[in-house]
Design a protein around this ligand. Structure first.
Ligand SMILES: [Zn+2]
Length: 154
């Protein structure tokens, strides 16, 4: 009977290893995203998917999953990394606010001011975007800086 106990534990340990080492694998420039749920660390699964958004975070029974759409893979490595941190912001805070997710990315991505300037110009040069992003790329960045003005000099 004890032998039966050991086998499932070994399988469980192997599963945890696979999840923790592969959660961002195959997604270029995606960053590991670890969130705390009920006091336990949870490695957020990250996967490609057939979605129109660059990326999105969905919650299943309170547990987040990040999915990356085709557009994500067309972005520059810098913008992909920023987008990945943005999604991890949604995943770790549960906050759907797009400006707050940008601030999370800026706070946690360890970007240089020069890199932030590139990200800023990319968004400011974009035309219409969905209302939750402020309606235009310029508004998207303005709304971001309204929540984290410490990056206004970049
Ligand atoms: Zn978002």
């Amino acid at each position: 009977m004890k032998r039966n106990m050991i086998v499932p534990l070994a399988i469980a340990a192997a599963s945890i290893f696979v999840v923790s080492s592969a959660q961002a694998q195959g997604i270029p420039d995606a960053v590991p995203c670890v969130v705390s749920i009920n006091g336990a660390q949870f490695f957020v699964p990250q996967q490609p998917g057939m979605i129109s958004a660059w990326a999105q975070t969905q919650f299943w029974n309170g547990y987040p999953t990040i999915t990356y759409g085709q557009m994500y893979f067309q972005l520059s490595p810098l913008l992909r990394r920023f987008t990945s941190f943005h999604e991890c912001g949604h995943a770790s805070t549960g906050n759907p606010d797009e400006f707050a997710a940008n601030c999370y990315a800026l706070d946690n991505g360890n970007f240089s001011c020069a890199q932030i300037s590139v990200i800023r110009k990319f968004y400011q040069s974009r035309g219409p975007v969905a209302p939750q992003y402020g309606g235009t790329g310029a508004n998207f960045w303005a709304g971001t800086l309204a929540q984290c003005p410490q990056y206004s000099n970049c």
